[in-house]
Design a protein around this ligand. Sequence first.
Ligand code: SF4
Ligand code: SF4
Ligand code: SF4
Length: 486
Amino acid sequence: MQPSDAPAAGRATKHDADYVFHELTRSICPECRQVIDAHIILRDGQVFMRKRCPRHGQFEALVYADAQAYTAQARFNKPGTIPLAYNSRIEHGCPHDCGLCPDHQQHTCLGIIEVNSACNMQCPLCFANAGSGFSLTLEEVEDILDGFVRTEGYPEVVQFSGGEPTIHPQIVPMLRAAKARNIRHVMLNTNGKRIANDDSFRDELADLQPAIYLQFDGFSSETYRIIRGEPDILDEKLRALDRLAEIGCKVVLVPAIERGVNEHEIGDIVRLGMRHPAVLGVNFQPAFHAGRHMQHDPLQRMTIPDILRRLEAQTEGIFQVSDFVPVPCCFPTCNSVTYAYVDGETVLPITRLLDVEDYLDYISNKILPGFGDDVLRALEGLWSSSVVPGSAKATTDLLTSCAACQLPEGLDIRGIAERMFMVMLQDFMDPWTFNQKNVMKCCKEILLPGGKQIPFCAYNSVGYREQARAQLAVKHRKPLEFQFSR
Ligand code: SF4
Ligand code: SF4
Ligand code: SF4
């Protein structure tokens, strides 16, 4: 007798899971930071991380709000570049051997030096938990820079950060020390207060011309009240921007986007950027839950696709989701970027003039070997964490890329390269979304006294930041050491 399809009375029936199991990776417990296995699952068109800590139970967080894009992005994964030297040994396993250790899969495109922990603001959202703690000396920063030159040869970008780096009494000599070492781009990450108010500081910046990464979260006082604790700060930020334009400094706006707070301001931030003479790009960052900003619903995080959809809707399609291509030097789901030619009302993303995806697809290799190599190199320069819009390198890369573009009538290559505007998205991982696979190919490292280089997301999620801060706060320090319970 054949078994019947009908379930026998009283017997349980199987059912299908409501998700696709996509892959197994490693993460950490958001409570105790123990390294644990994690599942990446696809459900309702979105990507989630699900993990279980033996002591603290199960956690689930939204990782990427577009499952189709997430799974299709594996091809934008460029072979890593080996640094000239490593600063740690493989001993306990990732992420406890930073670094960089020889297991790391990418060099440092962007080195970040946090020169202090103090700040002239007290943002509720501060992942660095800024406040009293430490202040590096000029000599320590010079040692860090020398170490960076040792591991990189010709470092691409050093970014001075904090705390608030502009209130460090030696920030100008520190910027100068970086320039003197021929590091291609020197960036200053700031809330803009000192630039808005201190004429002599502004004059020194006019001389040094660092690229400015300016915190700028929107226009409403409610946004600034919730995110920065200062509802009336907009005027000061706009004043900082105007003063930077007067001295010819190039600015990238850096908005932290939080669901339910400023997600409606994404389009207007880009509009301001495109019309302000100092601004050459925007780098959106979904609000990042570390430091002071731990309380949140991990299933309601903003992710890169969330911001892209709002950007498309709020700019009436001037920018479209399909204009963006992942950055292949790090893990492709960490960053996406596009560049647009902007002239008055005309906004034309380069991805509509050139099939950037075909060039940056490292798996199917759609571009024939030997053909278009110079265009590929130029696009790799633009689709990189080390790009600085408006720099000589970015302009050369744009000119080379645009040589392969299908140019509309009336536009010449030089005109396009000189009026390019960048929109980048960067989704830092927090203890809920931390993925060892991504962090092993991270290209943005925190540079510490003594030479350690620690991937940004490991520094903020695994426990390095807390340990470094405690050790750096001691007046006569020993070399930094990190210990983790395993
Ligand atoms: S993140 Fe990189 S440097 Fe750190 S332990 Fe893992 S492989 Fe090594
Ligand atoms: S987020 Fe930046 S500006 Fe705000 S308190 Fe932290 S370091 Fe200061
Ligand atoms: S900093 Fe974090 S999100 Fe950015 S490239 Fe590194 S691992 Fe990815």
